[in-house]
Design a protein around this ligand. Structure first.
Ligand SMILES: *Cc1c(COP(=O)(O)O)cnc(C)c1O
Length: 381
């Protein structure tokens, strides 16, 4: 089955009791049993809920995986992966990863005896050097935030196999429409469903998928034991959002390309980070492992002045200044003062997060209007 058909049909069936075409919101905590221990497969909603089940199956199908589990947030999904490890285990992670993931690793799981290494994954040798017999997990994010680096998933699969570690890919930025890490050999895929999968900036949720039965058993055991499950109303909203994932992604990609080219040609813009450009340092890997280049891009301003970036934000009318990404509406962010402000200025700048770096989550509005908005804001410089 092709992607758009799966997005609409996988995991969902008309409700057998009424014929309702939409999966009902099963807003219930418990289920009546016919006799002690005799039930219809549902006993308590932390463990199983029909609305959540439909969504879990749907997301697993989109990633070509056998098992899926949803969580109360993207971070709760990552928390579940880390709870599969035991003290003494080591994790090798992308260095420019989502700030919340870094905080979870450093301030929660390091305390329980798990050791984290952060490394630039553009260079596979740097990853190889960190591998030892305690390496249990490689954690990768690609494209990365906010520098839009692309990491070679197949290269990481080889390294993970060489040391019997698992590879987990945070696929939030790419979405299953653009990239399927399980097909490339990854063991687990994680999503902040909050972003493109939900797609409408109205839900916080996370998901994990895998085709490994052993990992799946652990995943469901921890989901039920720790209890960070999403409610049925949120599952319903995401099921609805995913039905248009392929349509939204097409437009995100089209608009992203148009805006990248517009910015590239603008005299006030210094550099545009978008993997579709042949000059992008990871363009070839992007071309191999992604179907298109997505709606996330970053750029810097000539002169690299903080005041100039701030002036641009103040003059934009359609792009809203906000954290998060992946919704239908276009957002603009300033990593140096927003998402990455806790990183010391020197370290930040070493990885490219300079004062004038601006990140765009290009929405699905009409590209002409978005470009008009950017042009009038850049004109004041
Ligand atoms: C937002 C985000 C997360 C965290 O997800 P929440 O749903 O906010 O908990 C993790 N990884 C990436 C890449 C994200 O963008």
């Amino acid at each position: 089955m092709k992607f758009g058909t799966k997005a609409i049909h996988s995991g969902v069936e008309p409700d057998p009791s009424t014929g309702a075409i939409m999966t009902p919101i099963f807003q219930t905590s418990t289920y009546v049993q016919e006799d002690a221990g005799v039930h219809k497969g549902y006993q308590y909603s932390r463990t199983q809920n029909p609305t959540r089940d439909a969504l879990q199956k749907n997301i697993a199908a989109l990633e070509n995986a056998s098992y899926g589990a949803c969580f109360g947030s993207g971070l709760a999904a990552i928390d579940c992966v880390m709870k599969m490890l035991t003290p003494g285990d080591e994790v090798i992670s992308t260095n420019d990863l989502y700030g919340g993931s870094y905080r979870l690793f450093k301030t929660i799981f390091e305390k329980y005896g798990i050791k984290f290494h952060f490394v630039e994954m553009n260079d596979m040798d740097k990853v190889r050097e960190l591998i030892n017999q305690r390496t249990k997990l490689i954690w990768a994010e690609t494209p990365t935030n906010p520098m839009i680096n692309i990491i070679d998933i197949r290269g990481l699969v080889k390294l993970a196999d060489s040391c019997d570690a698992w590879l987990c890919v945070d696929n939030t930025f790419a979405t299953p429409y653009l990239q399927n890490p399980i097909d490339l050999g990854a063991d687990i895929v994680m999503h902040s469903v909050t972003k493109y999968l939900g797609g409408h900036s109205d839900v916080i949720m996370g998901a994990l998928v895998t085709s490994n039965e052993l990992i799946a058993k652990e995943m469901y055991r921890i989901q039920n034991s720790s209890g960070a499950v999403p409610g049925p109303m949120d599952c319903f909203l995401v099921l609805r959002g995913i039905k248009t994932l392929h349509l939204r992604m097409q437009r995100h990609c089209e608009n992203g390309a148009k805006i990248a080219h517009f910015l590239q040609a603008h005299s006030a813009v210094e550099k545009v980070y978008w993997p579709g450009f042949e000059a992008h340092s990871n363009h070839l890997i992007a071309k191999q492992q992604m179907r298109d280049y997505g709606g996330m891009l970053s750029f810097t301003l000539e002169g690299n002045k903080l005041q100039d970036a701030q002036a641009v934000f103040r003059h934009l009318k359609l792009f809203s200044l906000a954290e998060s990404l992946g919704g239908v509406e276009s957002l603009i962010g300033h990593p140096a003062t927003m998402t990455h402000s806790s990183i010391p200025k020197k370290d930040r700048e070493a990885s490219g997060i300079v004062d004038s770096l601006i990140r765009l989550s290009v929405g699905v509005e009409d590209a002409e209007d978005l470009i008009y908005d950017l042009r009038q804001a850049l004109e004041i410089l």
